[in-house]
Design a protein around this ligand. Structure first.
Ligand code: KIV
Ligand code: ZN
Length: 555
């Protein structure tokens, strides 16, 4: 990179608009949405969609609630033309949906475009030509007057052919392509010239689409351009102001939102921001940004995962994992403190809802309810050497239903952390469970239990057990006020160090008759040291006996 960037690049000249109004406004209603997935999105694919993919995408867009859909560039190829005809002839366009087609200001292309529309109920013919100084000079080698003339002529050619579309409600959209890089005065002049030819009225408006074809400045500059344009356009009441942003500087969404504050009434974009280079505006994001402020966007994304699947299948593109709202990871919390805050927030919200208190969504780290989009909040709990005992215990409980007593958490937490430290990486839940099993449940030396039986009643229990100690069989027997006490007595009488049971807990691991139980036992040795043990068995009595052996083996 250059040390002196200014020797190669220039700042973007600001718009003179000292009394700009848009910063003081607030959005209260959605714009009219127009999907350009099948045109701008499609033309930017390495392998453009075939007819059946386009049809599937069209149906998905209709299901989302788009009422204006740019379906293609019918004069550009036979596939595009055939697709338009297929939609019309197979009557696949709902009555309340308007199809839009793009065309350059060339008579032969306009002729073919009009032909493609015959039989449609309602259509927007989208005419464009490039207007920026660089396009005028470098690409066309034309002056302003000739560029103006091109737009006028294109409009007239479309107007001349309206009788051919007698049964179709036709509207005109005009785009001064690369509007954001065009002098605002010239943009107004050329749009006014198009209006002079078309003669729109407040009841039959023209759509003036002002593209941020390539983002060239900050979003506030684009908003200034939109407000300036609107304030200087003659016969403003006969035009719908539309915006069409791309994302070259990563601010397509911001530019659109500020442009809406500046007066834009219509927004063009694509699902998940597919489109040339860095993409078109992501309509899903703008719509859901409105939704999270309590504004009904007029689009339905209640099955966002399903929509993403259709999109990925049809376009071959992948929605990045951190894409707002739609990405795989956007409703996943990794950080323990975030998870804690979200859990508390959800609990508070659910209890307020249960009590019938009207409460707005206000959950830390979750800007909207993933359930509204058919999605779920997920916690990813991974244990690393920095994780506290709480994380270890939570993971064992949430993944396997293992509810360690608090004091046992304090013992196992550091054991798990040392092991993770030794591995030098994060561990998954199954690995953590295996550690717990190795440390407690599978401890079989020096003592190993082969058989255990009890008899007796009235508060006195006798037990017999066959043990293996350091490889040698040992038969032991004891008495106590219950099976555990009897077993402790038998072990100590059979040569184990003196110990007593300090703490006991158990619970089922799963449900049903054959479900296993897990018992946790803490023993206190003669020198005052304590040790936990755990045992698992389908018999709760045997689970506790095994837990005693586990604790003893850990002594
Ligand atoms: O980005 C753009 O300028 C376009 C126009 C054709 C509207 O896609
Ligand atoms: Zn575009």
């Amino acid at each position: 990179m250059l040390k002196k960037a200014a020797s190669k690049y220039r700042p973007f000249p600001p718009i003179h608009l000292p009394d700009r109004q848009w910063p003081n406004r607030v959005l209260t209603a959605p714009p009219t949405w127009c999907s350009v997935d099948l045109r701008d999105g499609n033309q930017a694919l390495a392998v453009p969609m075939n007819v059946s993919q386009k049809l599937e995408m069209f149906d998905a867009l209709v299901k989302c609630g788009f009422k204006e859909i740019e379906v293609g560039f019918p004069a550009a190829s036979n596939t595009e033309f055939a697709f338009m005809r297929r939609l019309i002839e197979d009557k696949r366009i709902p009555d309340d949906v308007t199809v839009q087609v793009l065309v350059q200001a060339r008579e032969d292309l306009i002729e073919r475009t009009v032909e493609s529309l015959v039989g449609a109920k309602s259509a927007i013919v989208h005419l464009y030509n490039s207007t920026s100084p660089a396009q005028r000079r470098i690409v066309f080698g034309l002056g302003k007057a000739e560029i103006l003339q091109m737009a006028r002529r294109g409009t007239q050619w479309i107007k001349d052919r309206l009788p051919r579309l007698a049964g179709t409600h036709v509207r005109l959209e005009y785009s001064p392509e690369s509007f954001s890089a065009t002098e605002v005065e010239f943009a107004v002049e050329i749009c006014a010239a198009v209006m002079d030819v078309w003669q729109p009225t407040p009841d039959a408006k023209v759509i003036l689409n002002l593209p941020d074809t390539v983002e060239v400045a900050m979003p506030n500059v684009y908003a200034d351009q939109i407000e300036w344009f609107i304030r200087h356009l003659p016969r403003r009441d006969a035009a719908i102001i539309s915006v069409h942003t791309h994302n070259d500087r990563g601010t397509g969404v911001a530019a659109t939102e500020l442009a809406m504050l500046a007066g834009a009434e219509r927004v063009e974009g694509t699902l998940f921001g597919n489109g040339e280079r860095t993409g078109n505006l992501d309509i899903v994001t703008v719509a859901l940004n409105l939704y999270m402020h309590g504004i009904d966007p007029g689009l339905e994304f209640g099955d966002l995962n399903g929509l993403r699947e259709v999109y990925e299948r049809c376009t071959g593109m992948v929605v990045p994992p951190r894409q707002p709202y739609a990405g795989e990871l956007v409703f996943t919390a990794f950080s323990g403190s975030h998870q804690d805050a979200i859990r508390k927030g959800l609990r508070a919200w659910e209890s307020a809802v249960e009590k019938g208190e009207s409460i707005h969504w206000d959950i830390p780290y979750l800007t909207l309810d993933p359930g509204d989009l058919g999605r779920e909040y997920r916690e990813v709990i991974r244990v690393n050497s920095q994780s506290g005992k709480g994380g270890v215990a939570y993971l064992l409980e949430s993944e396997f239903g293992i509810e360690l007593p608090k004091d046992m958490q304090r013992e196992f937490g550091p054991i798990a952390n040392d092991e993770v430290d030794r591995l030098g990486r994060e561990v998954r839940a199954t690995e953590l469970k295996a550690m717990f099993w190795r440390e407690y449940v599978e401890r079989a030396t020096p003592w190993h239990l082969e058989h255990f039986a009890t008899e007796g009643s009235d508060g006195v229990v006798s037990c017999r057990a066959r043990m293996v100690r350091d490889g040698n069989a040992v038969a032991i027997a004891g008495r106590g006020n219950g099976p555990i006490a009897a077993f402790v007595h038998a072990l100590v009488a059979g040569g184990a160090p003196k110990f007593e049971v300090a703490h006991y807990a158990e619970h089922a691991l799963g449900s049903g008759e054959g479900a296993a139980a897990i018992a946790y036992i803490q023993i206190r040795l003669g020198d005052g040291r304590t040790r936990w043990g755990a045992g698992v068995d389908t018999s709760i009595e045997l689970a506790s006996i095994k837990a005693v052996v586990s604790a003893l083996n850990r002594g």
